[in-house]
Ligand binder design. Structure first.
Ligand code: ATP
Ligand code: MG
Length: 406
């Protein structure tokens, strides 16, 4: 990879998270390469190469099973860069030297360039010293770096927790003030960043830091309001869900973003549904439907959850009232529902977070085993519907149970 570029007469270095993680003793997730070759030149050198990105063009080069991101050295920021009214950089295809490139990166420890030929690490920004002092520090003046790209505030939280580094106080100081800039970031990019933060072994720490640093309210305003109204309960619910997902990741199990988002937004959705039920006298499931629409619409203004996640997240909520319906043929039909298991795991999460649902949990736990529950208010929960259930089971998606079920 590096050889191919260097033999063609280009400079090529490993840079970014890979170098940083190796030097701190962590296992790198992947390696990024920086070069003076232009995207078109990179493409000509590698057979399986794709150019991606609008704001800044990046070459994805397939290398065995892995994809290496190869970026051309970025040039210095100048007035020619297209920006929006808040200072955010919109297009960024000006090239430069290694030194220019170093100053365009976010944190000093992310701007270390490893030259595999000489074994030398090139450091223009004091990254090695910060690494020794275990400090995450922005390159340059924090406020303007956040104005160029507010996502750097989220990266500070994620990378700081990952490395167990302290955040430089100058990086923290402008956060509360500049948090509203996150509203200018395209909601699809925010979705990706949120997943990186919360589908993460450090999810609980990341959530706490986002909240403490006042970034959370720019991302999840409705959840933030719930954290103000009912701090204990909201916090307990979210942290339990995040810890459950982190535990599954730890065990190498898949975690579904739908379940995670359903959990993040549950307390405000439920509060709104109760409110609507009380004030308008709607049955709870109608109120829940209306609350779901309201919350999802408002949340989508900030974070764009793709339909393949938002649809099942809604469904997990909509199915909750069905745990109360235990008579006649309804339980059988519910057990056969493709999303039953996710809804049931959500019920467990609610129960363990302090909603008193013991009776429901016992009944449905027994129902799934096909045995009459001692609490059953219909004789035997599972009589019919077995065939349908078996047929549908294979379509159920993976989801993070609050705790693994045998
Ligand atoms: P990880 O891969 O562990 O998530 P990383 O630091 O490698 O962390 P990437 O998103 O892979 O993160 O980015 C690779 C490198 O690109 C970073 O180390 C940094 O040098 C640079 N970079 C990424 N995002 C930004 C940004 N928003 N502003 C400036 N530089 C960035
Ligand atoms: Mg990386």
């Amino acid at each position: 990879m590096l050889d191919t570029l260097q033999e063609a007469g280009f400079e090529a270095y490993v840079v970014g998270g890979g170098v940083r993680d190796l030097l701190t003793g962590l296992k790198p997730k992947d390696f990024d390469v920086a070069t003076d070759a232009r995207p078109e030149q990179i493409r000509r050198l590698f057979r399986s190469c794709r150019l991606v990105g609008r704001r800044f063009m990046i070459a994805h080069v397939r290398f065995g099973h892995e994809t290496v991101e190869v970026t051309t050295f970025r040039g210095p920021i100048s007035d020619t860069h297209e920006r929006d009214a808040t200072g955010r950089i919109l297009s960024d295809n000006v090239y430069g030297t290694l030194e220019d490139d170093a100053f365009r990166r976010d944190f000093t420890v992310n701007a270390l360039y490893y030259d595999a030929r000489s074994g030398i690490i090139v450091d223009y920004v004091g990254g090695l010293e910060d690494l020794r002092n275990r400090t995450l520090r922005l390159i340059g003046e924090p406020e303007s770096r956040y104005r160029e790209d507010a996502v750097r505030m989220l990266r500070a939280v994620r990378i700081g927790n990952k490395l167990h580094f302290r955040l430089d106080p100058a990086c923290i100081e402008p956060m509360q003030r500049l948090a509203p800039l996150l509203r200018e970031i395209p909601p699809a990019r925010l979705f990706d960043e949120i997943l990186k933060l919360l589908l993460n072994p450090d999810a609980v720490e990341n959530f706490r830091a986002l909240h403490w640093l006042h970034l959370w309210q720019a991302l999840f305003p409705e959840v933030d309001a719930a954290l103000e109204r009912e701090p204990e309960r909201t916090r307990a619910f979210i942290e339990r869900a995040l810890a459950g997902a982190a535990e599954r990741l730890h065990q190498g199990l898949p975690v579904s973003p739908a379940f995670l988002f359903a959990a993040l937004l549950w307390v405000p959705v439920q509060a709104r549904a109760r409110d609507l039920a009380e004030r308008q006298g709607h049955p709870l499931f109608v109120a829940l439907q209306q609350a779901t629409e309201e919350l999802m619409t408002r949340q989508a203004l900030r974070i764009a959850m793709p339909k393949r996640f938002s649809v099942p997240a809604r469904e997990i909520w909509q199915l909750q009232p069905r745990f109360e319906q235990r008579r006649g043929g309804r339980p059988q039909r519910f057990l056969a529902h493709p999303r039953f298991r996710a809804a049931y795991d959500f019920l467990l999460l609610r129960h363990r977070s302090g909603e008193s649902l013991q009776e429901s949990v016992d009944w449905w736990t027994a129902a799934q085993q096909g045995v009459p529950s001692p609490m059953a208010d219909s004789a035997s929960p599972v009589v019919h519907g077995q065939r349908r259930r078996r047929r549908r089971r294979s379509r159920r998606g993976a989801h993070p149970g609050p705790e693994p079920q045998s």
